[in-house]
Design a protein around this ligand. Structure first.
Ligand code: HPA
Length: 291
């Protein structure tokens, strides 16, 4: 297995971006990464052009059930977007440079805003299965242990050696999403909170869940943080949301168990709500370079 420190050369990202640009008429300004069970979001795109990951040079391949493994270009409410149906996870054995490879390709395609969605377990006491959490900040547990996508030589063409992450999640996009959720009347099941990334693939022990609660995490999952970190490094604005697919138990006398099937089925049940929120957010967001 490669390590996250293994360098992917600038020219490799460029080769992939140029390959895509020469095969699609679309010039996306918004990239959307669809989480587990949330891939239907991409089906709302108009004038679709689709590329399987297996056909795109240098692209990693997706191995998780529930992730289709293709890039879909198209228009959402008049804005040109590119959607990832299926993402790459650290627990699949990918180095984080591979996990985040698409984000730098998006940058080279001209993307300005990255939207990330994921399935997550709730740590906060007031959350229920099926709720949506707008991510206001994150905790990078693998990063604490040196599993960080920006470890290794820094390429200044993407960003600076020590990027600031105190503004990781765009506050104006977060506020817009909250306003929209109030309008579409799902405000009772929409929260703003802190997402914590763990490496997975096992779900949390009760002691770990209690630890994450004490650390200030509201939801926990196995993705998103590497992509967001690399997106901020190369200057993309970021909006993220978690669909709460299960409650993470913090009590020893609770019999609730979580499995991947449950995560996917909640995703299917609530996909329309996530889709509605993201679509309206894309419709109303302001971009620098038009659509
Ligand atoms: N823990 C970690 N990742 C997850 C969970 C969870 O409970 N649910 C969905 N992804």
């Amino acid at each position: 297995m490669m390590h996250s420190e293994e360098l992917i050369r600038y020219e490799t990202y460029q080769e992939t971006a140029e390959w895509l640009l020469s095969r699609t008429k679309h010039r996306p300004k918004v990239a959307i990464i669809c989480g587990s069970g949330l891939g239907t979001l991409a089906e709302a795109l108009a004038n679709q052009e689709t590329f399987k990951y297996t056909d795109i040079p240098n692209f990693p391949q997706s191995t998780v059930q529930g992730h289709a493994g293709q890039l879909i270009f198209g228009e959402l409410k008049g804005k040109t977007c590119v959607c990832m149906q299926g993402r790459f996870h650290m627990f699949e054995g990918y180095p984080l440079a591979k996990v985040t490879f698409p984000v730098r390709v998006f940058r080279l395609l001209g993307v300005e805003v990255l939207i990330v969605t994921n399935a997550a377990g709730s740590i906060a006491d007031g959350y229920n299965t099926g709720d949506i959490m707008i991510i206001k900040d994150h905790i990078n547990i693998p990063g604490f242990a040196g599993q960080h996508p920006l470890c290794g030589p820094n390429d200044e063409r993407f960003g600076s050696r020590f990027p600031c992450l105190s503004d990781a999640y765009d506050r104006s996009l977060g506020k817009l999403a909250l306003d929209i959720s109030r309008e579409i009347d799902h405000s009772d099941c929409i929260h703003e909170g802190v997402y914590c990334m763990v490496g997975g693939p096992s779900f949390e022990t009760i002691a770990e869940a209690r630890l994450l609660h004490k650390l200030g995490a509201d939801a926990v999952g196995m993705s998103t943080v590497p992509e967001v970190t690399v997106a901020r490094h190369c200057g993309l604005r970021v909006f993220g949301l978690s669909l709460i697919t299960n409650k993470v138990t913090k009590e020893y006398d609770c019999n609730e168990a979580v499995d991947h099937e449950a995560v996917l089925s909640i995703g299917k049940m609530r996909a329309r709500v996530v889709e509605g929120l993201v679509t309206e957010l894309v419709a109303r967001m302001e971009l620098n370079m038009g659509c």
